[in-house]
Write a protein of this length. Sequence first.
Length: 466
Amino acid sequence: MITLIFYDIFIINQHCVDFNSGVGELHSPRLQPKKEIMERVEMMEFIVGILKQKILWIGLAVVIVFASVLTIALLGSTINAELKGAPMALVLQDEGVALQSGVNLNFGQKIVDSVITLDSQDNSAFKWTILTDENQAMDAMNNQKYYGALIIPKDFSKKVMSVISANQTPGEVEVYINNGMSQTVANILTQVMEKMETGINDKLRTQLAAQLASATKQTPEIGQSPSKQTSQTASAQAAAMQAQRQIMQNLQQNTLVSFTIDKVNVIPDHSANGNAPVSVTMLAWMTGLILSILLFFVIKKVEPTKKTEKALTIGIQIVCAIAFCFIASLVILIVGNGLLKMTIPNSFEFCLYFTLISFSFFLMQSMLVNGLGAQGIVLVMLVFFFGLPMISLPYEMLSSASKFWLYSWMPLRFGVEVMRDFFYFAGTNMIKPMTSLLSAGAICLVLSFLSVFMPVKKSKTSSLGF
C-alpha cells in the first residue's frame, strides 16, 4: 500500500497540469494508472500464492530425488562398463617338433606362456584356464562355464615349422565362441582373436628367425682359410645360405598360424540379437507387477477382517495369478512367435517357464504391495530400474559394487538365466536359477499367509495410500 501511494505521488508530479504551457489540462488521470497498478498487484499476489503452495516444492524435491535415483539406477552399472576376467578355456595338445640340431620346439606352449603373461596383468579382459581335453572344454561351454575356447592341436608345431619346407601349411588354432552366453562378449572375443592371431604370427616369426639364425651360426662360414675349406664345401655353404635366405623370405611372407573361428550354442535369427531372454524376463516382471496391483485393488474393496477371510483372499490371489500368468504366456507366444516371428524352441516349454517365472515374481511383488501399499509398488519399480541395466550386460562387465550389492540377490537375474538356457542351451542348466526363483517365491508366499495373523488397520479409503 505504501508503494502504491508513492507511485501515485510520482504520477501526479509527472502528469499534473502543465502551467508553463498554458494548456491547463491534466495529461494522465489518477484513476487510470491506479487501475493498472491494482491489476498488477493482484497478478503478483496470485503468483506468490502459487509459489507458497507446499505441494509445489515437495513435487520439485520428488522430481530431483526421482531423477537422481533413476540416473544412478540406469547408468550406475553401465557408464564405465568394461570386460574383466571373462572365463576362457585353452586346450593344449601340441606335441612339439624336434629340429635336426636336436632342439625341441613347442610353439603351442609358447602361446600358452603368452596367454598366462597377459592373464597375470591387472584388469585383464579374460581369465584363462589351461585344459588338455577338447571334450572337457566343449562340455564346460555347454554348461556356461566359459565364453570360449582355443584348441591347439597335436601337429601345431610341425605345421608351423613347415615354413622351411616346400609344402608350407600354417598351424591351425580352432577358436570356439560360446555365442549363447552373451552376444556382447562374443563380439568382443571375435575382435580380440583377430588381434591375437596377428600378434602370435609376429611373435613366432621373430622367435623362429632367431632360432634359425642361431642354427646357421654353428656351420662354417664362407671366407675361412683355403686350407680349411674346399671348393665343394664352399659351394655347399653357398647353397645353404641361399636356402636360408629363402626360408627367411618365406617366414616373412607366409602365415605361420591361422585361427578358425566357430560359434557354439548359436543365437538364432529373430532372437532380438541375443536379447530375447532379457526381453521375456522384463515381460514376466511387468506381468507380475500388474497382477499384484490389480488383485490388491480387488481385495481392498472386499476388506476382509477375519483370519479365514484373509487366508481365502490370498488363496484366490494365487489361483488368479497362476491363470493370468499362463494366459499372458499364451499371448506373448502368439504375438512373439506368430506375429513378430521370434524364434521360440518349444511352445509348451516357453509357456511353462514363463508362467513359473512370472508367478514367482508375482509372489514377491504381491507380498510387498499387500503389506506396504504404494511404498511396495515404489520398491518393486526400483528393483526393476536397478536390475534392468545389469541383466542386459554380462556379469564380467559389472562393477564390483553392482555385483555385490545388487546382482547377487536380484530376482530378474535368475529369470534371465532360465530363459537364456531355454533359448540357447536346450534347457540343460536351468535347475539352479529356477530353484532359486521358486524358493524365493515360496518364502514370500509363507510370509503372505503369516500376515493373516496380523491385525487389520482401519483406513478411510480403499486407495493405495495416495
